[in-house]
Design a protein around this ligand. Structure first.
Ligand SMILES: [Zn+2]
Length: 420
């Protein structure tokens, strides 16, 4: 472990400046929360990208938009179609600098345009309730202010940064995945701004995750007159779903969640289509191989049903992020930076996934919960702790300044990642 870090007067001046911006961050997150930017609300996402770009102008990097490749989705009626994304926000600062850091976040939320949850409310002096205030509009402001802090320090030229803020994190980062991989591969380390827990704990090891849609086709027939000619796609979906559910408990740390089955219609018609959707979480690469073999086996069992066709869409989108030596090094530094601020930073493993998984898959060690302290995200009880805006921006600013000054060797984490 590091000895207790010294904060010199130049660093302290940066931290004091961040404190002076606390109210500004809080007012801004209230305004940003009022913009609905649900993952499937393109107008709101573009409006949100616009206000993020305006805020980042203060930083002075090269701002651009990055078009995301479309992906395919399966509609409830079995239609397979292209899904388009709005662009990601990208800001590049000092691309020639010796240390390369990728900072990521997302401007989408889980709350659709027609959600009842659209505005903020103060619950007490330190608690603001509102959509996206913690996950992660607050986090974007923490990221920005840590960078603005770095810019006020004498060591800024040592660090180059790519900031990527994406519109599709809450639906799996399928569009931004390739760009996260590219930026992760080119950086020494990553910093991602998902919320910390309300007590300040960070996420440690993360599971891997995949989502699938299974499209099943059979043959429609009159349920009374010609039932024998029908081939029941919904029954096949049920067989698959039960088989999937029975896999739970078969392998430590691996879970299967049958989430939804669409299909069928009037009771007097044999259903000719069904779509089953499910999620799988894994801990290791070997788990993934096992899961894919089991899915094949279940598919074979469905395909032997007479007249049934099965088409599986989807796959693993976020590989596991273990507490490897390289990621542990990142935590050690974060903990040391926290200690310098009088914070006792802890972490706990989680089954949740985020962009930190994608960065790690590209060989980029990272800490992914550097955002605000918050709670009850993905619900209308989502809150952010207001005192955490300056606190967490200072935490990241210390990390950035210590990397810049070489007190933390950014390339050491990268070298650890490369050595396995
Ligand atoms: Zn998030």
């Amino acid at each position: 472990m590091q000895d207790r870090l010294d904060i010199n007067s130049e660093e302290q001046a940066v931290l004091d400046w961040i404190d002076s911006r606390s109210d500004h961050m809080i007012e801004t997150v209230k305004a940003w929360s009022a913009i609905n930017s649900g993952s499937r609300n393109p107008d709101g996402l573009e409006q949100m990208r616009g206000v993020v770009a305006e805020a980042f102008e203060e930083l002075g990097g090269e701002i651009s938009s990055v078009d995301l490749p479309p992906t395919t989705i399966v509609d409830p009626d079995g239609t397979v179609r292209q899904q388009d994304f709005t662009p990601s926000f990208h800001c590049r600062l000092r691309p020639q600098a010796p240390i390369r850091i990728v900072m990521t976040g997302h401007h989408d939320t889980v709350f659709p345009a027609d959600s009842h949850f659209q505005s903020t409310e103060m619950w007490d002096d330190d608690t603001l309730n509102g959509p996206g205030v913690a996950d992660m509009k607050g986090g974007i402001l923490v990221m920005l202010h840590s960078l603005l802090g770095l810019e006020r320090s004498p060591w800024k030229d040592e660090i180059g940064v790519d900031v990527l803020i994406s519109p599709d994190e809450e639906i799996g980062s399928l569009g931004s995945g390739p760009i996260l991989a590219e930026l992760g591969a080119g950086a020494d380390l990553g910093m991602t701004y998902e919320p910390a827990l309300a007590d300040g704990s960070l996420a440690g090891a993360r599971k891997g995750s995949g989502n699938w849609s299974l499209k099943l086709s059979g043959r429609a027939a009159h349920a009374g007159r010609e039932h024998h000619l029908g081939r029941n796609a919904l029954a096949a979906a049920c067989q698959f779903g039960l088989g999937l559910d029975e896999l739970n408990g078969r392998r430590e740390g691996v879970t299967f969640n049958l989430a939804r089955i669409d299909g069928g219609g009037p009771p007097n018609v044999v259903p000719d289509n069904a779509v089953a959707r499910f999620n799988v979480r894994v801990q290791t690469e070997n788990d993934r191989i096992w899961v894919e073999a089991e899915l094949e086996r279940l598919l074979d069992e469905v395909r032997v049903r007479d007249g049934i066709e099965a088409e599986l869409h989807g796959g693993f989108t976020r590989p596991p992020k273990p507490m490897s030596p390289a990621n542990a090094k990142m935590f050690e530094w974060t903990r040391a930076a926290g200690t310098a601020l009088g914070l006792d930073i802890r972490w706990q493993d989680t089954g949740g996934v985020c962009e930190g998984n994608n960065l790690w898959a590209a060989g980029c060690p990272n800490v992914d919960t550097l955002g605000v302290r918050g709670a009850d995200i993905h619900s209308d009880r989502e809150i952010v702790k207001l005192s955490s805006f300056a606190e967490r921006a200072k935490l990241s600013a210390i990390l950035l300044m210590k990397f810049a000054r070489g007190e933390f060797d950014a390339r050491e984490a990268r070298a650890l990642a490369r050595s396995g």
